[in-house]
Design a protein around this ligand. Structure first.
Ligand SMILES: [Fe+2]
Length: 356
């Protein structure tokens, strides 16, 4: 952001000191913490917001008195009023307003790998917003960011070509309205919750719109199979972006994430979780691919080599920006440039999400 532009902002704006490339750009009040005035200023300055998002990929509004989901929604709407509320991913979420949800109800010890939001739907969100309503304990529960344009540039062209040549196939198995009949450690949430209907014809029509191939299982669950691109182009700049969910859905993801989390935060808990993830992965590999809760393979169902996934994960982690949440933080992300994830935490934490 050039100095001339920054001086037009009635707030302090600066890049986090540890990240010279300015991800995210932090915007703080000098003294006026009123979120309504922040929203009014954002509405009055859409060009500044758009340019800052294009340049930085993410904006962190810190120090404003954003204390609840409704206030968060009004700040998000000041940036993009076209909020959506159909979430077709795998995280269990609770609604806080019509358009604001808890970010993920997955267990706190579980890491969420870096991903751009819903890259597997026909039209992934353009912008994503998070808000910290309850600050997690220090040194845990961050929502790290990673510039997936840089990740793509870091990957050897031959590896990217290999991904593109073989294609991607995603399998997700959602449980049925009865929540699944038997104990299953990997069970995904219920399909009727995700589609907000129990009417199978409505679900099938929605699946057709998104390019998901639905199969109803004998146990009342729903299997979704879909393909997706490896990269997409950022509309404003034409830059190519790594834009797929392979690292999130591949069977090796939990072991790969925990190993790196242990490297970053070497605690006994992280060591044990890392080793347990390896054991559970081997157990899962005994099941047919289409019965796994989630898996990403090549288009023909063949395994994406673990070594390739490791190369991608290394590139992602090299570009990962980790910063602590502060209560009231609002994070605006360009979903066609910057990915997000979640580090494990303990104790209370509430992060809300909405998207446009
Ligand atoms: Fe997400």
């Amino acid at each position: 952001m050039g100095a001339a532009t920054v001086t037009q902002v009635p707030y302090r704006s600066y890049a986090l000191p540890v990240h010279a490339d300015g991800l995210p750009l932090v915007v703080e009040p000098h003294d006026d913490r009123d979120p309504d005035r922040l929203a009014a200023w954002l509405r009055a300055n859409p060009d500044w917001v758009a340019a800052a998002l294009v340049e930085h990929g993410a904006l962190l509004f810190r120090g404003f008195a954003v204390a609840d989901a409704r206030t968060f929604e009004s700040v998000a709407r000041a940036i993009d009023d076209d909020l959506k509320n159909d979430y077709l991913g795998t995280s269990p979420r609770n609604a806080l307003t019509d358009h604001v949800f808890t970010a993920s109800e997955l267990p706190s010890y579980y890491p969420i790998p870096q991903h751009c939001e819903m890259t597997f739907v026909a039209r992934p969100p353009r912008r994503l917003f998070f808000c910290c309503l309850v600050e997690p304990a220090s040194g845990s529960g961050e929502t790290p960011l990673a510039d997936f344009r840089k990740v793509l540039r870091d990957l050897h062209p031959s590896l990217v070509r290999r991904f593109e040549r073989h294609g991607l196939r995603i399998v997700r198995n959602y449980s049925g309205p009865d929540g699944g009949r038997r104990f299953d450690l990997w069970r995904l949430k219920r399909w009727d919750e995700m589609f907000r209907t129990t009417d199978r014809a409505t679900v099938e029509a929605r699946c057709r719109e998104e390019g998901f191939e639905p199969t109803w299982t004998a146990a009342g669950g729903l299997r979704l199979v879909s393909s997706q691109p490896v990269t997409r182009t950022r509309p404003e700049t034409g830059e190519p972006v790594w834009h797929n969910h392979s690292t999130t859905f591949h069977l090796s993801q939990a072991e790969g994430e925990y190993r790196r989390i242990y490297r970053m935060r070497p605690t006994l808990r992280h060591f044990l979780l890392w080793r347990l993830a390896g054991v559970l992965e081997r157990l899962q590999r005994r099941r047919p691919v289409d019965e796994l809760a989630m898996q990403c393979t090549r288009a023909d169902g063949g395994e994406i080599p673990r070594e390739d996934m490791e190369v991608v994960r290394e590139a992602v982690w090299r570009h990962m920006v980790v910063f602590p949440w502060r209560r009231g933080d609002v994070l605006a992300i360009d979903n066609y440039a910057v990915a997000h994830g979640r580090l494990p935490y303990h104790g209370p934490r509430e992060i809300a999400v909405c998207w446009a």
